[in-house]
Design a protein around this ligand. Sequence first.
Ligand SMILES: Cc1cc2nc3c(=O)[nH]c(=O)nc-3n(C[C@H](O)[C@H](O)[C@H](O)COP(=O)(O)OP(=O)(O)OC[C@H]3O[C@@H](n4cnc5c(N)ncnc54)[C@H](O)[C@@H]3O)c2cc1C
Length: 505
Amino acid sequence: MHDVVIVGAGPVGLFLACELGLAGCSVLVLEREAEAGSPFKAAALGLRGLNAASVEAFYRRGMLHRLLTASGAADDRGADPQGEPSPPRRGGHFAGIMLDGAKFDEASLPFLLPGPAAGGLITNLEAVEAVLSEQAAKLGVEVRRGVTVSALAHDKEGVVARAGTAEYPARWLVGCDGGRSTVRRLAGFDFTGTEPRFTGYRMQATFADPEKLSFGFNLTSTGMYLQIAEGNIGMMDFDGGAFDRSQEPTRDHLQAVLRRVSGTDVTVTGVDLSSTFTDRAMQTSSYRQGRVLLAGDAAHIHSPLGGQGLNLGIGDAVNLGWKLAATVLGRAPDALLDTYTRERHPVGAQVLDWSRAQVAIMSPDPHAQAIQAVVRDLLSTSDGTTYALGRISGTSVRYDLGGDHPLIGRNAPDLRLADGTRLGDLMQDGRGVALDFSTGGRLRASVTGRESRIRYVAGPARNDLGLGAVLVRPDGVVAWAAGDRPDTDAFERTADHWFGAPTTD
Ligand SMILES: Cc1cc2nc3c(=O)[nH]c(=O)nc-3n(C[C@H](O)[C@H](O)[C@H](O)COP(=O)(O)OP(=O)(O)OC[C@H]3O[C@@H](n4cnc5c(N)ncnc54)[C@H](O)[C@@H]3O)c2cc1C
């Protein structure tokens, strides 16, 4: 009997397993694939963009250095622990319209501080999963491969996952088994949304006449193609999603689609790897059914336009991990677990709409293209760029937690103490953090009896952003913040709400 069984050792299942393992839960991950690696997970087809919020999740658990190394990225983000990292290079696109990071209005984020994780990262699924697998093993998480879960039984006491004749009992089960989730179906979750408009393709190919194709995003009157690196091609073909999974994409088919969407007569001489996908956009209305929960693609699917799915899933795992752990360990305040759906469902719904909006204006019809021209103009302004990059980077996410201070519900800035210690360094053990910059450490007594759940750190900050104190949840979200003279009663009410009352242990 494990505390939690996770179905699926993709990036979301592994991240969640690490969060639960860190908190001291016993975790078993069941994975269908017998081997960890796959050519579809390595660069080039496994290439993925992590946004600043996801990079920060790795940073706060001490995995940033390993992630940068595994991704082949320069590890210059915290090279001088006492110095300040250079401001992040911002960038991205909306519907293939490139955004100019220089137009981003930094003043729109008054609570952002420079830190090792302030920018995004281009990585690949293999690197992400390797780093998380290593971390999971260190934390005592068992990953059992070659196990396909095909049946579930669950009641008020627990859950049993079945794979063939083997049974895996647990107190809780989380389906992180991807867009075609078996757990979602077996546990009776709904899954509703919109049907696809296109079949998307990724391929690594060679060409007789590569000069006929351009690099970057190419929006045409018949669709879109993208060349990320030589021969690494993405395509959108507005066929209503008919081709996807109906048959294997042959060289002739891929060439015909590429000719159509590029408006060229380019010749494909060889295809090393290819895959297809669609922009079907669906979501469950609740991420929990009793003792079964969903996270990542199992809870929501949408087109990969703008690279949001993995970021959304990591956000789910970080949000769910500490809440489920506190519930398992019997120290969760009432209804803590219900805040998982309440906070993450709206973020998922926004990402689905962000992806639908992009598809709508890329469609090869004159009305869509007219809107595309207007959007292009708007995105060339500073306000437009700031808006779009805020959505893409995850920095605009704010949970509705109540409270007056504008930081409450937002991702915490990487506040730094006078000795150079960063908030990110203080979060590695998975506890919440109370940073108290007030004279005399007014909040010290309010944390007494909660030390196993909240780390208390007092002292002046290098730049306190006008804050007297701040309470940060284990997922990095600000639960409470105050100016000059923090109100200890308000702090204690918030600490009770998220972490439970003080205890003697
Ligand atoms: C072309 C493309 C480009 C993308 N680019 C980006 C990007 O740049 N940025 C971004 O944020 N997102 C991107 N995405 C989306 C991102 O890849 C996914 O959202 C992410 O991989 C989902 O992770 P997951 O762990 O939820 O699911 P998965 O990665 O699908 O993992 C699910 C795991 O569950 C296992 N499994 C399934 N069924 C069972 C079962 N019955 N029993 C046991 N195990 C099971 C599977 O084998 C798999 O290992 C892209 C997607 C595509 C298709």
